[in-house]
Write a protein that binds this ligand. Structure first.
Ligand code: APR
Length: 248
């Protein structure tokens, strides 16, 4: 069946997906606010703010070096939820319909699952940035205050390319434009604790179908038109199958 062109009546909806730490939980990466989560073990004020980095850069580097090293663990790999979202993106691309995956996560599991139309609004563990010349670089090794900038050679100025609390999330203009034009907004594995991501459903709900796929109701659950609760590796492939069947 020929699919009507994007934007015309009966066309497949433009999709925006938001993911949080819950989508990577079944890949062995901790969430932040669940029992045993990251912020239950370390104070974010000590490792995830510009002030913490100015006060004790070695401690901040140590925190992110440990999380970056986890990504090299062969047991940490994309799960069925990551893979289903990459398949959905490819299908939507074949239909000529807009698709955007926005993640709050700093792991690289969406990329490794094959996602391409992907924005990391909180940065990425495998990216670093020089405070001196602002050069960015892919990085998988430990970082320290002695690491020279690969571009300008300065020492002491390399930082993780992560958005810390109190800093401006990345790609917001493109994200807000995509939300304004979407017909379907899907939120997966996030507690809805941190803005602006927690407010995306408000930007979509007036004109789009909104659904939350989460282990348990998030703080913003009541603002979604639909909600399904359970593990992402069960919910996401099933939901993607529904979309692929509806828009075969
Ligand atoms: N499947 C689906 N959802 C899950 C699973 C799972 N297997 N396991 C946990 N969850 C859900 C939890 O119920 C919770 O609602 O994932 C959510 C994780 O919430 P948080 O730990 O708060 O993580 P997140 O929402 O991504 O945090 C947002 O806060 O600390 C900052 O920058 C950090 O990007 C992060 C942001």
């Amino acid at each position: 069946m020929a699919v009507p062109p994007a934007g015309s009546p009966g066309a497949p909806p433009a999709i925006v997906v938001l993911t949080g730490a819950g989508i990577s939980r079944e890949s062995g990466l901790d969430t932040f606010r669940d029992a045993g989560g990251v912020w239950q073990r370390v104070r974010l004020e000590d490792v995830a703010t510009p002030e913490a980095f100015a006060r004790d850069p070695a401690r901040v580097h140590g925190f992110y070096n440990a999380r970056r090293a986890q990504l090299a663990d062969p047991a940490v790999r994309p799960n069925a939820a990551h893979l289903a979202l990459a398949a959905l993106e490819r299908h939507w691309e074949r239909l000529g319909a807009p698709f955007l995956l926005v993640t709050q996560n700093v792991d690289d599991l969406h990329e490794r699952a094959g996602s391409r139309r992907l924005l990391h609004m909180h940065g990425a563990l495998r990216r670093v940035r020089c405070l001196g010349c602002a050069a960015e670089a892919d990085w998988s090794e430990p970082l320290s205050t002695a690491t020279p900038c690969p571009a300008c050679g300065a020492r002491g100025g390399m930082r993780p390319d992560i958005v810390w609390f109190g800093e401006i999330p990345m790609h917001m203009e493109g994200i807000e434009a995509a939300l304004a034009g979407c017909g379907l907004f899907v939120s997966i594995g996030t507690s809805g604790s941190v803005y602006p991501a927690a407010g995306f459903v408000e930007l979509a709900r007036r004109h789009a179908r909104t659904i939350e796929l989460n282990l348990e109701p998030s703080h913003g659950a009541s603002r979604f038109g639909e909600a399904r609760h359970g593990p992402a590796t069960a919910l996401v492939p099933a939901f993607v199958d529904e979309l692929l069947s509806a828009w075969g």
